[in-house]
Design a protein around this ligand. Structure first.
Ligand code: NDP
Ligand code: 2IT
Length: 461
């Protein structure tokens, strides 16, 4: 009998693996030249083999092929006039990936590297991340290849208004709710909201999140992603009897996620010795001065290299990958995709890293993730570790619907609860499906289940 059971499960596993391989090949064929989307799909697909083996209903309903095809992909022209009176043209994107459990939800990225592949990888990740929060939000993402660097306030405003002049017809508080991401912060959300309100002729506060608190933003939203990543890592560490206290931390980036990850790591008693931007990194063995970083990046919009002008004891190095050579206990990649490759992962491991918390989306390559898992480094994958940002966005939507707002401490307490639940649910799924401690598999399965079951319940649409 035992042999029969084992044989059956091996067969089911084989069938599940074959199904996943077949759908992956179809996705690659259907979406040529989209390396980042393929990478995100590969990680998620392979993680789902154990659940397909156990529950063949997902194969019968062909859920994987359905979930990997966006419900809608919108691209549009964004013309605007620069400060010299010249007409410029950028491309705008919005992918409305999945609305099984709620309105499409996800940020907007303004960066010259933005293209269909980047938007789709981010949108695909967002489906599972948003499900993990336990809140009723579907998956979407958008943005533009516009480069905000070096642009005046007026240029950013005119571009952003033009972007919204097309986007407004596709979004709404019950339809699709954008927010920030790389290159989109409180300033851009303000201009986007103003233009939406003017076109609609109505005050629909819940159409965007990440607004300033004076006009409907949630307290704690600016802090939420960075704080949430640190709360998540704290859970991973606590499970193994470790903590942030007295640990040495390296955080890449110096934007929204990085700044608040650094702040919370300090509050928990860690020393953060490095951070970076897209030109290079600073290493301050006494501990990075966060007030300086905040002023340089949030107020003056300067380069991180200027840090050493004020702190001559710190060192500045050109290039981004060298930051992972700095010995640390905890590494928090909070800048961009694929910033930790196999070689950087190897160096981190050789230098004794104990935990990785992915504040950015897909910051580790597939090879890097494999190395971390093989070497039993505690690994908090992006869609679990950085879900705090979108979770508080969903809480902002709730507050907008109620036409009232909670306090900083109330939202922070809810955020901590959400991050704990994401950790517990991911660990539970990993154990249930035979991969204890593997949070990549656990988070993907835990995020997938609710969306897939909702899709089955709602029929073939
Ligand atoms: P910001 O624009 O505030 O900051 C981005 C930081 O990363 C900057 O320091 C930037 O440097 C650096 N960076 C950007 N692109 C690159 C690149 N190609 N190479 C090296 N460094 C780069 O963005 P966020 O902090 O909001 O986003 C950071 C990451 O976190 C992204 O992966 C985003 O998708 C993810 N994320 C963000 C959430 C949010 O709520 N904002 C929620 C969940 C995830 P420079 O100043 O030189 O451009
Ligand atoms: O990647 C992300 O989760 C975000 N950029 C935040 C999305 C949101 O809607 O708050």
């Amino acid at each position: 009998m035992a042999i029969m059971t084992n044989q059956a499960s091996t067969l089911e596993r084989q069938a599940a693996q074959e199904y996943v391989n077949k759908v992956y090949e179809a996705v690659v064929k259907r979406n040529p030249n989209e390396a980042e989307f393929h990478q995100a799909a590969k990680e998620i697909f392979d993680s789902l083999v154990p659940i397909f083996a156990k529950y063949p209903k997902y194969i019968e309903h062909n859920i994987l092929e359905r979930i990997a095809e966006p419900e809608r992909m919108i691209t549009f022209r964004v013309p605007w006039v620069d400060d010299n009176g010249k007409v410029q043209v950028n491309r705008g994107f919005r992918v409305q990936f999945n609305s099984a459990i709620g309105p499409y939800k996800g940020g907007l990225r303004f960066h010259p590297s933005v293209n269909t592949s980047i938007i789709k990888f981010l949108g695909f990740e967002q489906i599972f991340k948003n499900s993990l929060t336990g809140l009723p939000i579907g998956g979407g993402k958008g943005g533009s290849d516009f480069d905000p660097k070096g642009k005046s306030d007026g240029e950013v405003m005119r571009f952003t208004q033009s972007f919204m002049t097309e986007l407004y017809r596709h979004i709404g508080p019950d339809v699709d709710v954008p927010a920030g991401d790389i290159g989109v912060g409180a300033r851009e959300i303000g201009y986007l909201f103003g233009q939406y309100k003017k076109i609609r002729g109505a005050y629909e506060a819940g159409v965007l999140t990440g607004k300033a608190p004076i006009y409907g933003g949630s307290p704690t939203r600016p802090e939420a992603t960075g704080y949430g990543t640190v709360y998540f890592v704290e859970e991973m560490l606590a499970d193994k009897g470790l903590s942030f206290k007295d640990s040495t931390v390296v955080v890449s980036g110096s934007g929204n996620v990085s700044i608040y990850a650094i702040e919370k790591a300090y509050q928990l008693g860690a020393k953060v010795v490095a951070c970076s931007d897209s030109n290079g990194y600073v290493y301050d063995r006494n501990g990075i001065n966060l007030d300086t970083v905040k002023r340089l990046k949030e107020v003056e919009r300067k380069r991180i290299s200027d840090y050493v002008l004020e702190h001559p004891e710190a060192e500045y190095y050109e290039g981004c990958t060298g930051i992972w050579k700095i010995p640390c206990d905890i590494a928090l990649p909070c800048a961009t995709q694929n910033e930790i490759d196999e070689a950087s992962a190897q160096t981190l491991i050789e230098n004794g890293v104990k935990a990785i918390g992915e504040g950015a989306n897909m910051p580790s390559t597939l090879e890097a993730i494999d190395l971390f898992l093989e070497n039993r480094v505690l690994f908090g994958p992006a869609k679990a570790a950085n879900a705090g940002g979108v979770a508080v966005s969903a809480l902002e939507m709730s507050q907008n619907s109620m036409r009232m707002s909670w306090t900083f401490d109330e939202v922070d307490a809810k955020l901590q609860d959400i991050m704990k639940n994401i950790y517990r649910n991911s660990i539970k799924a990993a154990e249930e499906f035979g991969h204890p401690d593997n949070l990549v598999i656990g988070a993907n399965i835990a995020g997938f289940t609710k969306v897939a079951d909702a899709m089955i319940a709602q029929g073939v649409i």
